[in-house]
Design a protein around this ligand. Structure first.
Ligand code: GLN
Length: 272
């Protein structure tokens, strides 16, 4: 039975909602949202119908839309993503914004645990003369991040290793990180997209979720130039803890910034 775009979209929408249905249809049929809107009566081929049906079935089982389409927009650019990396969140744009406000054109920047490379590649694109180094312990993540840098014409130096291990003896104007920070027992890990994302990108298995942030903040002084900034993303209830960690490490000008939902999401400080 041949179906129209509208009929197929309506059926998909009843299973997974209209927004996800459109996102998966544009991917399945390699068309734009505008094309969908302009061609409701277009008759689909069997292949087109089957492609959408397969994606809708996987979405029904909980697969994140970004893993099914292979991409997610961040700071107005498309980033390739796959099950080996955390899906970029709009919350993290708060971190990028704070970073851009604090660096000049020729800054040296280090992104720890880069994942898809969303932060490092965005900063490299927005500050073409900056030197950007990005680390990640996962070779699979580095491969995806590298592809994203290439796709966006960004120059980023990728290095494999845990936190500061690949930048021993080096100092930067800015250190940024969106590390795992969800507490090991947090129920969110068993809900929604998080079930399908790499657990190691979400939680370091510490009871308070702060083990990685502790390590990153403690190591920052030794890897920042005088006047340099550290900016980290953290969990909804970790703003005070991050402030204490930064103060204990001797950072000045402590800042706390809220995400789009008004939740404190980014903490930072300046090396005197
Ligand atoms: N913000 C993510 C979430 O809870 C977690 C990302 C992270 O641990 N860095 O959905």
């Amino acid at each position: 039975m041949k179906r129209t775009v509208r009929a197929a979209l309506d059926e998909a929408a009843s299973a997974i909602g209209a927004v996800d249905a459109r996102a998966l249809a544009t991917h399945a049929w390699d068309v734009t949202r505008a094309w969908l809107a302009a061609n409701p009566m277009q008759v689909l081929s069997e292949t087109q119908e089957a492609r959408l049906a397969s994606l809708v079935a996987q979405r029904t089982l909980g697969q994140p839309v970004a893993y099914l389409t292979g991409s997610r927009e961040f700071w107005s650019r498309d980033f390739a993503v796959g099950p080996g990396v955390l899906i970029p969140r709009p919350d993290t744009e708060t971190l990028v914004e704070a970073a851009l406000e604090r660096i000049g054109g020729e800054a040296s920047i280090c992104d720890l645990g880069t994942g898809s490379g969303a932060i490092a590649v965005t900063l490299a694109c927005e500050r073409r003369r900056a030197r950007v180094v990005a680390t990640d312990a996962s070779p699979a993540a580095i491969a995806i991040a590298r592809a994203n840098a290439l796709a966006h014409g960004a120059t980023v130096e990728f290095r494999e290793g845990s936190w500061y291990a690949p930048v021993a003896g080096e100092a930067f104007d800015l250190i940024v990180s969106n590390p795992p920070y969800v507490a090991a027992g947090d129920a969110h890990l068993a809900r929604g997209d998080l079930r399908f994302e790499p657990r190691g990108a979400l939680t370091d298995e510490s009871e308070d979720g702060l083990a990685s942030l502790r390590e990153i903040v403690a190591g920052a002084t030794g890897h920042l130039l005088p006047g340099g900034w550290i900016l980290v993303e953290h969990g909804y209830d970790q703003a005070d803890a991050c402030r204490s960690l930064l103060a204990a490490a001797g950072f000045a000008g402590l800042v706390s910034l809220a995400d789009l939902a008004g939740i404190p999401r980014v903490a930072g400080g300046r090396r005197e």
